[in-house]
Design a protein around this ligand. Sequence first.
Ligand SMILES: Nc1ncnc2c1ncn2[C@@H]1O[C@H](COP(=O)(O)OP(=O)(O)OP(=O)(O)O)[C@@H](O)[C@H]1O
Ligand SMILES: [Zn+2]
Length: 769
Amino acid sequence: MSAPPLLDDALAEVALALPLFRTFTYAAPESSRHALVPGARVVVPFRGTTEIGVYLGPGDPATLRGKNGKAVTPKAILDVPDAEPALGPSLLTLCRWIADYYVVPMGVALRCALPALLTGAAAPTPSQRTHRVATIARHIESLLHRDRIFARSPQQRALYELLEANGGRAAVHQLLEQLKFSPSVLKGLVARGLAVVDDEVVARDPFATRAVAAHPSHVPSAAQRGAVDAMAAGGAGETFLLHGVTGSGKTLVYIELLRRVVEQRGRSAIVLVPEIALTPQTVDRFRAAFGDQIAVLHSALSDGERYDAWLALRRGEKRIAVGARSAVFAPLEDLGAIIVDEEHESSYKQGESPRYHAREVAIVRARAAGAVVVLGSATPSLESWANAQAGKFRLLTLPARVGGAQLPSVEVVDLRVGRAAAWKASQEGPKSPVDQVLSAPLQRALEETLAKGEQSILLLNRRGYSAFIQCGDCGDVSVCPNCSISLTYHRAPERLVCHYCQHQESPRDRCARCSGETLKQRGLGTQQVERILAERYPLARIARMDVDTTGAKWAHAEILDRVGNGEVDVLLGTQMIAKGLDFPNVTLVGVIDADTGINLPDFRASERCFQLLSQVAGRAGRGPKGGRVLIQTRVPTHHAVRCALSHDYHGFVREEVEGRESPPYPPMVRLANVIVSGTREDTTAAVAQHAAAWVRALMTRRGTAGVTLIGPAPCPVERVKQRWRWHFLLKAEQPGELTRVARYFVERFEVPKRDGLRVAVDRDPVALL
Ligand SMILES: Nc1ncnc2c1ncn2[C@@H]1O[C@H](COP(=O)(O)OP(=O)(O)OP(=O)(O)O)[C@@H](O)[C@H]1O
Ligand SMILES: [Zn+2]
């Protein structure tokens, strides 16, 4: 053990947002614009430029020895720009925990807790917020009409349909640059009165102008009141797991809890939702209940607006922060509650350094602040469930839907055909497109629902027009030149897109390998299904929602508003339509292919599939009309499918946990995924092997019996953005051991400085792909 450092007030320890596991020592200024207190931003000279850092406390003179043992004169802090420290003591402590647990430099943790405008990382924004926007001027409802209008202008049609897919609007520069439309195509649409282009439309904060519909304020049911009472009486730092079936009224529970915490006790609160743009209904309910007290933090805010919201929270002008994962850092004092809605969602995990999980950060923050945490879900993560079973979290249950509504009946449609049926089908010739997508029972259900004027949701967990392009002769699939993943075929405009790195190319008619003819009809994507549905049901009003419609960020909210207003009969989309939607007139949910994702080489594949099926099924029958769910699958006996059919969360957990016992995976053990990547395959593999051997030797030397190492091996997705990827896993029963091993490794293991080699540690990974 080294002796504790002798700290010196004339010196300052400063964290900089650099990928270096050390802080820097500067001379504290004798006089400065503002007081130098821990958490204050400082401007310091660094390698010939200036950087913005955060002052942590007095510095250690021992750090001022050069390599030869001679004393080095510290450079002085240039400025302390803020009257008040950017980070209060509690957020500073939280960042220390993040740096330690997620094995990242302190400066990296700090940067993620501060708004971009304060870290010097912000781009100057005002000019970016002004752009030209193309909007559809005339809607062409029927497909036949459309065929006629665009008979001689397929490019215009593609652009028109792309605008449509974006909720009717898109930025002109995006259409031209990213999607490679020529300006003349857009001009053509404008000339024909089908679209208009507005000059210099300034993007605005959609929530600032979004009217809050007066939401009826319900009287909580006995079950809801029981949950609120328990939470309001919760001890400081207590964590509750609110397991409430879909439609059980969890949102009202959160709102009633906040009434007590914020309105009665005058404390503050944070509400985390998976993704703001996808959950406008939930956000609207909070806004309806608390109005001006809320700051909604979301991705459409400019850096300036984000900073304004941050300041309002910081000054206590607003006392409730609602936002996605980064809202867990909202600068609120006297925190009384943190709510994590849909706590099982993987979007709470940040994909880049620091790879924190907002749920875990919320728990740590609340414990330090003496606040309660509420984790809510109809399908809690196995980790949270295990914590509740172990008594670490207190379990509260809402076992039924509000107002006596029933959970929908769920039926399975087995897509497997026996040999005899397959023979018969082959004699009958190719199936019609709609028969390939929707089984007879699902078609019947859809038609009945349309006939009754009710709404349907169809889930297809794959985007693009057709999953990939394959050679009919040699079977070769078009893959991304940068990533080891097949390219997705998109129709509007026609192109192949890599969903990892956005690489785009034009589809070929002939195979690059054998010149055989390529086929474009393998697999189904949302665009293709939309088209097939439109042709089969020309009068149905169909809306599609998937990642491609994010071109205009708020397209989602607009599409959902149209569904809410009854302007849409069929909502077709990827997993993003499974979240939190609450439309009483949706009486049918169809899952086109439940098997997508079930066989991914990832220990969470089944859990994710069960959650998705349960969540999307939960969109049906939320009103008095009841509801029905049909799940098409080729694996009807898989426990993820079977348990979703009977709304059996407990049964699923029982079977799934068994599968995670041997070999052990979370929640039985704690996991860290160590990923080695680089631009050359051979050196990446060699470094991964060397790193794994290094860690093994360390563990033997140190006698860290509690940690095991598995691998190394290539990652299931071997190459992403031109980088090869290898990984190994560290498993441990105790998180502390894992921290020590990972930290020692990251700080001491020398990664060769060539071939872009990098090592990343992903603590508590949500996926191993
Ligand atoms: N006490 C109540 N009385 C009447 N209606 C209620 C009550 N509580 C909630 N509701 C209504 O029930 C519906 C479902 O509530 P909510 O959306 O909060 O469910 P949820 O538990 O979040 O479901 P999911 O997990 O599926 O998102 C909403 O329309 C809500 O307004
Ligand atoms: Zn790619």
